[in-house]
Design a protein around this ligand. Structure first.
Ligand code: AMP
Length: 544
């Protein structure tokens, strides 16, 4: 027997309609590319979103068309998220930090019809334009006064495009399985792969991340996503904040610690989100300047592992709780979040930090299993480690127009292979041991590069550290620690090894330490260990 409830599809437009109706005067603040602060509210944003929807239809955009964005976190990018998917087209956020040949591949593979671009990235597009096969025009996210002189053909101005358009739009109703947005994930090898989200998956993910033990946004929050709107939908924040009616604060391109600190204070931000490298730099800035937060209570960190030293410093010096989350482009992206059960909440800080440093517990809708090399399931005992597989209503079921990548990504029962090696304890806490390819295989033991890095960053003179495997005649592989010391620090190899000697198991203490001015990162801010392994392929360990 079927239930007797209304058949109303889960559509993204409902999120912004709700915010405009129930949180009309809640602010959305942007530090713009052009410089000044832009300020409006959900009601005004919704009006412009409807004007943009008219403009898109007048440009000839049809349901199912892909439209690319290359833009910072700002109000116009936010408007594009809603207007594009609202008319049944697909908002394809492109990461401008990728290498130009990857961007060219992505724009051609997605067959984007238009590119909506911030002033910053116009020169990059000028370089790529002759090779872009499907693009019919470029819309610069600015007003007439700031339009650049550019040789891009069919160059349009965003503010001119939406000006004078009707302020209401009769949104179409369609199947909730309709594609809404597209984001390419860039591994360290092979072509980027497209993850195609649907209205249904996005709304379900939004419900899930807004639970009390997940991101838990409220109308009392002021939220600053440092995590870019051009990567994994900024962890779903533009949707989740809207569903909650929370204030949004967009930093634009101004991501240096001083600018972030200033914006956090002036907009009384209560919660911010981004990768650990941003927070380590912010911490350094606070230490140097002696500045303190007056409003920031929660700091969400994800994308890479979080060192305990960072968790402790934010909590003890700044009264800011570091919340750790793990996710992937393929999971929409939030998979786990570190929120305590009753027993852990009572622990003394040092023991509590151990839990906060894990990747957290699965949020509702994310089913996890760990398997060994033969695909046999392993127990959730906190000790057994193996490959993490995941399934759920907001996990991808295949890559966009890429049957080969799709085939490799799933097991025979349809679970998605994450590529992460983890343990899961009986309470559900997930601890990432490593990416499969980053584990250091020393004799019969596997050494977690993440554990070594987290321990190394605890040293007061270390800015950043990466542990990689280098070949060893006896042990097959041994760890080499590559360190960026803080400016002016006089850190030595011996001091680093002494520091680590009581922080990690004896057999996993690195054989050697080298100091470098900086480490290579991917376009999403993760350590690019494949490049480091290549760089140190012939390195002679002092111990070997
Ligand atoms: P992406 O799809 O670019 O977001 O990358 C997803 C990958 O980032 C995951 O498979 C993990 O290897 C890594 N990752 C994400 N969050 C974390 C985290 N909190 N700790 C460690 N690694 C993480």
């Amino acid at each position: 027997m079927r239930g007797l409830m209304m058949n109303q599809p889960l559509l993204i437009t409902e999120l912004i309609r709700y915010a405009a109706r129930c949180h009309a005067d809640t602010e959305i603040v942007t530090k713009t590319v052009e410089g000044p602060i832009h300020r409006y509210d959900y009601a005004a944003a919704y009006t412009r979103i409807q004007q943009l929807a008219h403009a898109l239809r007048e440009l000839g955009v049809r349901p199912g068309d892909r439209l690319a964005t290359m833009a910072w976190n700002g109000h116009r990018h936010f408007e594009l998220y809603y207007a594009i998917s609202g008319i049944g087209a697909i908002c394809h956020t492109v990461n401008p930090r990728l290498f130009p040949p990857q961007i060219e591949y992505i724009l051609n593979h997605a067959e984007d019809k238009f590119v909506f671009v911030d002033l910053t990235f116009v020169p990059l597009l000028e370089q790529l334009a002759p090779k872009l096969k499907a693009v019919k025009g470029y819309v610069v996210l600015t007003d007439a006064a700031h339009m650049p002189a550019s040789k891009l053909s069919n160059l349009l101005c965003y503010e001119e495009l939406i000006r004078d358009k009707p302020s209401t739009y009769a949104w179409p109703t369609f199947d909730e399985w309709t594609a809404s947005s597209l984001c390419y994930t860039s591994g360290t090898t092979g072509n980027p792969k497209g993850v195609l989200y649907s209205h249904r998956s996005t709304v379900l993910h939004t419900f899930s991340v807004n639970q009390a033990d997940s991101l838990a946004f409220t109308p009392r929050d002021s939220i600053l996503p440092v995590v870019p709107l051009f990567h994994v939908n900024a962890w779903g924040i533009p949707y989740a904040a809207t569903m909650a009616g929370a204030k949004l604060v967009f930093p634009g391109p101004h991501l240096d610690p001083a600018s972030l600190y200033q914006l956090i204070e002036t907009e009384q931000v209560t919660m911010t989100a981004g990768v650990p490298t941003i927070w380590l730099k912010l911490l350094e800035y606070l230490d140097q300047t002696g500045k303190r937060f007056t409003s920031l209570k929660r700091l969400l960190s994800g994308g890479s592992a979080v060192p305990i030293s960072m968790i402790a410093a934010f909590e003890e010096k700044h009264d800011t709780r570091v919340c750790h989350a793990w996710g992937m482009t393929e999971i929409s992206p939030v998979g786990t979040k570190g929120t305590f059960k009753a027993a852990q909440a009572k622990l003394p800080p040092a023991e509590r930090y151990q839990y906060q440093a894990t990747q957290g517990r699965p949020i509702f809708g994310v089913d996890l299993k760990i398997v060994d090399a033969e695909g046999r399931e392993l127990p959730h005992d906190g000790k057994s480690f193996g490959n993490l597989l995941v399934r759920g209503p907001f996990v991808t079921s295949g890559y966009f127009n890429d049957p080969e990548a799709t085939k490799a990504a799933f097991d025979k029962d349809g679970w998605f292979r994450t590529g992460d090696v983890v343990t899961i304890d009986p309470d559900g806490w997930v601890r990432i041991v490593d990416r499969t390819k980053d584990l250091i295989k020393s004799g019969g033991e596997w050494i977690s590069s993440i554990d070594l890095e987290n321990a190394a960053v605890g040293h007061p003179d270390v800015m950043e550290a990466a542990a990689i495997a280098v070949p060893h005649p006896k042990w097959q592989e041994r760890p080499l620690l590559v360190v960026v010391a803080k400016p002016g620090a006089k850190l030595t190899r011996e001091e680093m090894l002494r520091y680590l000697s009581d922080k990690v198991a004896k057999w996993s203490v690195p054989d050697d330490v080298v100091f470098v001015p900086e480490l290579p990162h991917t376009a999403t801010g993760k350590l690019l260990k494949s490049k480091l392994r290549e760089q140190f392929r012939d390195y002679q360990l002092q111990s070997a």
